[in-house]
Design a binder for this molecule. Sequence first.
Ligand code: H79
Length: 446
Amino acid sequence: MRKTISFVSMITSKLCMLLLIMNAFIGNAIAQQKASVVKTPTAVLQDFMDQRFGMFIHWGPVNLRGTEIGWSRGNSVDTADYDNLYKEFDPVLFNADAWVLAAKNAGMKYLTITAKHHDGFCLWPSRFTDYDIMSSPYKKDILAELSKACAKYGIKFCVYFTILDWHDPLYPVSNIPNAGLKPTGDMRKFVDKIKGQLTEIVKGYHPYMLWFDGNWESPWTLQMGQEVYQHLKKLDPNVIVNNRLGKGTHKLMNDQTVGDYATPEQYIGEINMKDPWESCITICRQWAWKPNDQMKTLKESLQTLAGTAGGNGNLLYNVGPMADGRMEARQVKMLAEMGKWLSQYGVSVYGTRGGPYPPSKDLVATRKGSKVYLHLLKTDAKTIALPNLPTKQRLSSVRYLNGPLLAFQQDEYGINIPLTGKLPDMNDTVLVLDFVGDVTDVEIVR
Ligand code: H79
């Protein structure tokens, strides 16, 4: 009996030892894995967030129909029709310089082109598929032309690449209603294919940032996202990656997201002083060009930009060029007007941080050094009333940006700025509040 007990306890203690050792091994392996996870450097992300304003471009053979890119396949456009559009995609008026100059004149600092959208068509020559620009009558490498023009004009070149691919037989899901899973689906091969395509893109065009999308369908897993992220970091440790490479929500960073920054879509993100973020918003209603699409006004556009900067985020503003390669003149004109505003007031946007006053529908704030830039979104205010900063810093002066000084009162209850006369800019008037001492790290006033 005693023997049995000691035998059992011996076994148990051996087992415990073994478990301890195994545990140490696993712990070590996890620690090693964590240590080998390369992340984009913080300084690189800070540089990205200083840019504040970029151009999104959605473009491809679908423009021949004027319907939404990807989504109209098998819906408003018959699948066979959609999948054959590339055979007549011949954008003879495409001029990379013209697009990049439209971005530059808008005051945009980076440009993101849809290299591959959900329909699977590739705007660059890819050795992994024939469904690319080389099979179209046009036969010119769009990514090469755009990256070259971006380098020429000092615009950062970025690439949109969606994960899901309803066209590729290796990707199990199709958007065609009731099509079921494709029998040819093979995610291992598919992941290898997109890794190969991303190698082509990173090595071939050296993008500043990669904008992933289409990560929400079930064949894609968190692990695949982590694998692709590490693959990218090996190719270029500095390439910036949006947060749509893992799973989970896009609008925030969390333990399911893989990537460097959050991506609220079609709305201004919430103020966030911790994680980098960028709102992507369309100038018209559709991502891809649509005839007579409803376009946002200059005022809406400038206030959208002020809103994102005021929340400490970037704005990626989307243009849909036409099937012949031109951007719509009215869109280019409106963008140039944004650029004109930015050439006067850009100091209140580029390189700033959001806050310390939280964004509201009436005003948003940005800041740099000792200055707070107040963007007045409402044009009929008679007085601006603000609480004091949590640091109780004294206000030394108030003026219109590039304009005259304004009288103000500050006491223990707060700050009062009476507005007299006509506002200098009816789209977005900027007041400069100069405080005594730096305000960059002041907490958001709640
Ligand atoms: O590329 C742009 C969109 O095509 C892509 N992300 C941006 C950058 C995107 N794919 N899916 N979604 C966004 C979310 C899905 C929106 C939908 Fe719909 C709502 C799909 C069906 C209803 C929008 C509205 C598309 C079709 C109708």
